[in-house]
Design a protein around this ligand. Structure first.
Ligand SMILES: *Cc1c(COP(=O)(O)O)cnc(C)c1O
Length: 386
């Protein structure tokens, strides 16, 4: 059987199961409205939570950065690609987060692979929440460490895992806000268990950074925790910060170890220095972004009220991620298509991204949404359920 023939059979099977995925070709910048095939759609499907992805001041910083630095970084950080712009961004992030040091990665996916691979080996174990992001799971697999999992935010489950005998290092890993459910991890209780058992806690705050806590310092700061309780804090720069890339914050020895050992840091080209300049401006806007965060919270509250009136099956979440639980992939796909017909973009999320039978529409909000946008969404959802 030829490769193409067998691939086509698999693809056809995927389509039959309503699991086939397709990309929309977007003809406009990211925003609460996007253009696809000449038509405008109201978007509730972006992680650009603070509306910074198309912000004039960040665009200007990127452009000035291009004039100053040119386009490419030319090499990996350890060769000759680590510019003063990257270095300044690392220092500004460390200052913002009140962590000793920060290390930039080209993406969050790479950061999570690198952390696991650099810090863990066969003799070690890593204990994960069952709903952790795919990049964390892949990092655990790559590291060769023993992977143990506990039920979603189940503290007793975590306790049982921690009490199993172990020889090497133990790293406990959780999302700060879960990417497909929108709920917060119970970080204070998790951190306490880690401290009392001598385990190291890694928090992936991709969806909390910039949004929660004082000045948007994230889920760790929101709970009054810091580098003692959460020695490894990872987050991305492509969501609330509106740009791209990621970072790890931690102690001096931790960051130095990642520089020496993390292969996804060492063997990849540094992001363009101009991008670092744009991100420096984004950090500034995030720190001063109290009004944006308030507007976002208002939108979330407004939507939840409207959804309650419509008796929509929302997952309990108070964050910008408001998943509407549907169940079957087929039905999630259909609902998404019905909204699309009404000029609204909300992507369906299906297995394996979420558990079998829990397909959903992942509705996300931005500080640039208004009540009128939400009224349109609620009306469209009401029309679908009629
Ligand atoms: C988006 C995301 C990542 C990956 O970050 P990228 O920079 O997009 O590669 C990692 N973890 C979580 C929880 C995420 O939501």
């Amino acid at each position: 059987m030829s490769l193409d023939f067998s691939l086509q059979q698999q693809l056809d099977e995927r389509r039959r199961q309503s699991l086939y995925r397709q990309r929309q070709v977007v003809d406009s910048p990211q925003g609460v409205e996007v253009e696809v095939e000449g038509k405008r759609y109201l978007s509730f499907s972006s992680n650009d939570y603070l509306g910074l992805a198309n912000h004039p001041q960040i665009i200007a910083a990127f452009q000035q950065g291009l004039s100053r630095w040119g386009v490419g970084s030319g090499a990996a950080h350890l060769v000759s690609g680590h510019s003063a712009a990257h270095h300044a961004l690392e220092e500004e992030l460390a200052d913002f987060l009140e962590y000793p040091r920060v290390l930039l990665f080209s993406s969050g996916y790479q950061a999570n692979l690198g952390i696991h691979q650099a810090l863990l080996g066969r003799r070690d174990r890593t204990i994960h929440d069952r709903l952790n992001h795919a990049s964390l799971l892949d990092g655990a697999k790559l590291s060769g460490a023993r992977l143990l999992r506990y039920g979603h935010s189940d503290l007793n489950g975590l306790e049982r895992r921690l009490s199993e005998p172990a020889n090497g290092r133990t790293m406990v890993v959780t999302d700060g806000i879960f990417s497909m459910d929108g709920d917060n991890a119970p970080l204070p209780a998790i951190a306490e268990k880690c401290l009392s058992r001598g385990a190291t806690l890694l928090v992936d705050d991709a969806h909390g950074i910039g949004l929660q806590g004082p000045q948007g310092r994230g889920t760790v700061a929101k709970f009054g925790l810091g580098s003692t309780e959460v020695p490894i804090l990872m987050a991305t720069l492509g969501k609330a910060f509106g740009v791209s890339g990621a970072f790890v914050a931690g102690s001096e020895p931790l960051i130095e170890t990642l520089i020496q050992q993390a292969r996804t840091y060492i063997y990849t080209t540094a992001t363009p220095p101009a991008q670092a300049e744009a991100t420096r401006k984004a950090v500034e806007l995030v720190r001063e972004g109290a009004e944006r965060r308030e507007q976002l919270q208002k939108m979330v509250a407004f939507f939840r009220e409207g959804a309650a009136t419509l008796k929509l099956n929302l997952i309990h979440s108070t964050t910008a991620i408001q998943p509407l639980l549907v169940g079957r992939s087929k039905d999630a796909l259909k609902l998404s298509e019905q909204l699309w017909q009404q000029g609204i973009l909300v992507a369906p999320i299906r297995p394996p991204t979420v558990a079998e039978g829990s397909a959903r529409l992942r509705i996300t909000f931005s500080a640039n949404h208004t009540e009128s946008h939400l009224d349109q969404l609620l009306e469209a959802l009401a029309a679908c359920s009629r």
